[in-house]
Structures are given as structure tokens and as C-alpha cells.
Design a protein around this ligand. Sequence first.
Ligand code: F6P
Length: 533
Amino acid sequence: MLPPLEPANPAAPADAAGHTNLLELPEWQAFRLAIEDATFCTDELRLVEAAGLTVDLSAHVTSPATRDAAVALLNARGFDQARQALLAGEHVNKTEDRAAWHTMLRAPDPILEVSREHQRVREFVQQADADGRWKAIIHIGIGGSDWGVRLATDACSGSGARRALKFVANIDGHALEDAILGLDPKETLVIATSKSFTTTETLANLRRAVAWLAQAGIDQPYEQVVAITARPDAARALGIPASQVFEFWDWVGGRYSLWSAVGLPVALAVGIDVIEDIRAGAAAMDAHFAQTPIAQNAPAQLALAAVANRSVLGYGSLSIAAYDARLQFLAPYLQQLDMESLGKSVDMAGNPVGVPTGPSVWGMPGTDGQHTFFQWLHQGTDGAAVDFIMCREADHQWTEEHAMLLANCLAQRQTLLQGTSADADRDHLLAQGMPADKAEWLSRHRKHQGGRPSTLIVLPRLTPYALGALLALYEHKIFVQALIWGINPFDQWGVEAGKKMASGILRELHGQEPDASHDLSTHHWISVLAQGR
Ligand code: F6P
């Protein structure tokens, strides 16, 4: 039952108020009906090439009608104009009146402030390498100021890490305790990454890290601190030398910031060429996205399949199955990128979208996931859409094991799509001498129903370039999904209330009179915990 449509929001700005709610679009109804009537075509190969990646869409429902309806839907949503506005740095983030210009960060010929900051990063890394400075780095940041750094460092450390890179994101004291274990403060650089430079976890962890440096006898601890932020003034006011404050800008979303100076710790850990190649791969995907017609546009096609799976076929989640152990952080990275962008329920006019929007995103590398939750994927009542990712070439010499890895990826994908035959299984059990009634009963438990959608994304090998192309593919896919649903993928108002509440509860834990608005349970635990302090 869809929520009733609220009246158009009088407060919405003119352009947002002019935005048509999805349910009012005949092109949406046509797309929805076409998807409902479509089937899997296991004898059809649907490949899209983009920036060196191959995207295989064969395991999604399709038909000539869905393909026509998809183009009509995107055109009805003003795809060309919206794409141009995004890439031109227009204020597409309407609720914050900002651009979302992450593509400029990796443009081959970026604006002066971007190229200047890239150069500052390059020089800082080259100087540190030349001086042999810093055996270890403690990277302090959370969310978009953390996941991309972890992912890129982990995925691209094949050429060997030049420095130990330890991550501190959580405010849990164990995070910092674990990070500093065994480190020599005099040989450790602390990097604080925070777009706002107000995130309580990051500022608290930074204070602790600086205290750790000071306690080790370092007179000017801030000389060993780097800040990467859109608030350079706040970082400098803390005492961090201006030469060690690197800037990105309000028009870069936190979860879209890896391409900026946020890549500095990656460069210190695994080399400046890694972040430059990551940017080059993303730029190639940007060019594909910008120039390719819808039918062969990989981000657009992925978005259409994702909207069909979520809003028509009813899959509530998307599982990320990267068949490469070096992509263990891809799922959490995409979790934030997708869920913080698409976890919205009102359209640009402030009205309920009217269909289910952003799915929950989760997963882990294959083949680990096969021994963790693939039972649910195959035989659970809901199932999920799955993004399989594999690299044709390994970066190790274990060729047989790599063949086994890829065989598992393909096998899981086919089994989700085609399922298994209960009749064939029953005959097999009968042939083994099992009584007919038991064979019938057991075959029902062993059946894989199939008919579960998936995408396969194939990288030639896991290079920084391919990683950059992959991440940009997902950024643009998410942008197109938001365009279809009519939501803003670039704000994150939903994280503010909890943060504000936490600050109030913290004061109450320190003895301030509890707020009368707490529910009884919250009030109870604040009282219990405050007493224990
Ligand atoms: O989770 C909310 C959020 O603002 C994210 O969007 C962001 O990546 C993270 O917190 C960290 O924010 P900052 O980079 O400003 O410390």
C-alpha cells in the first residue's frame, strides 16, 4: 500500500516544486508494467563496456518493451540535462544549494584550486619520501573520511606499503589504543580527515592522538599532524601548520571525496601514482557516462536495473559480492555511498516518492560470503539483487586458486538465476535407492528456486585505474537512480538528529538534568550510566 501523496510542498523552490512526482509520470507506469511483464532471457548476452570494465546485465529481466520504456523514462526525467548539470558543477544539491562536483576532482584539466591542491599533495608526499619521514601514519576520520582511504589502500597495496597506515574512526577508545600499539610517536604522522572539522569522533580521537605525541616528549605535537578538510581555518586554529592543512570544498560530498586531498594517506602508504591512477580511471568512467547514449551507458543501465529490482520487483537489498580479498572494504564503502545517497523518501518537491527507494546495501568478498549468507540468497523468502565483481587476472601466481575463485563466482551467479530442478534432484535421490516419499520430501528442501537477479562487473585486473573506474561507475549509477526517483542523492539530513541527541545525552551522563522528552527506557539507562560515573 503506497503512502498517500501529500499536496505539493509550498516551501519547495520553484524548480523543485516543478518536479513531477514519479507516480504522475506515464513513462514510469509504462516502465513498471514492462518490467512486470519481462522475463529472464538466459539465451541473451547483455554486455556493456565502460572505461575498461565489462558490465554484464544478462541476469536481469529484460524485453524490447523494457528497453524502450527505460529510455523514455530517463528522457522524461531530463537525463541529458541533469547529467550535464552534474558534470558542469551546477547546484544540483538543491537542499544545501551546492554543486556535487566530484568529477572536477579527477578532471584531466581541473580548475586552478583543484590542480593546486593536487600539486600540494604530490609535493608533500614526494618530500616525505625523499626525507624518509614517517614510518607510520595514524589516519583519523569516519564515514566518507575513512572508507575510501581504507578501500584504496587495501586494494592497491600490491606494490608494497611504504608506511604502516593505521585507521581510527570509532570513538571507542579501543580504536585508538589498537592503532598506536607498537608505534614510535617520533616516527608517526597523524592525519585528521574531516570535511566539517566538527565530527565529534574525529576531534576527540585527534585530541587523544596529539596527547599521545606530547606524552612521548614531542614539544610541538601539531608539527606531526596533517589535516584534510573543507574548514582549513578551523584546522589552523587548532595549531596545525598551514603547510600541513590540505583543503577540499563544500561542493565535494564526504562520501564522494576520495578523489581530493583525502587521497593523501593512500599516497603516503602506497604511492602518489596510485591515487593519480585511481583518478584517471574515474575520469575515464566520467567520459563514458558523459558521452554514451542510454542503451550503452553503463551507469544508466545499472541504475535502471537497480530501480526495477527495488521499486518494481521488490528486492529490499543489494548484496555486494566482490570476488577479490583485496576488496573487503568495497561493501562498506558502497554501503555509505549508496545508502547515505539514496536513503531518502521524499522527492525534490518534498512529497513522498511513492515507491520504495534506496535498498539496504551489504556484503563481503566471495568466496567468504558463500559460507556466510548465500544460503539466504538462494533459499530465503526475500533474496536480494547481487552485484558480483571479479578480476580476470590475478596479481599472484596461484593460477589454479584464481580459477577456483572465478568458477565459484560464475557458479553462484548462475544458480541464483537458474535455480535447480526438484524433479532432477528427486530422480537422483530415487536412483540412489531413497524411498519415493522421502525423495519427494527431501527434494523440496534442496530446491533452489532461482529467478534472482544479479549484475556481473568484470575488471581486467585490480589496478588503481580499474578501481577508480569501478567507484565512479557506482557514483553515476546512484545519481541516475536518484534522478529516476526524484530524490537528492547529495544531502544527508538523516544523520543530524542522532548526532544532536548524542551531545545532549553526553551532557546528562555528566550530571546535567535528563531531558523530559526521553522515552522511559532511554531515561532509565541515562540514570543508570550517570550513577556509575
Ligand atoms: O555520516 C554523516 C557524515 O557527515 C558523512 O556524510 C561524512 O562522510 C561523515 O559524517 C564524516 O564527516 P566529516 O568528514 O565532516 O568528519
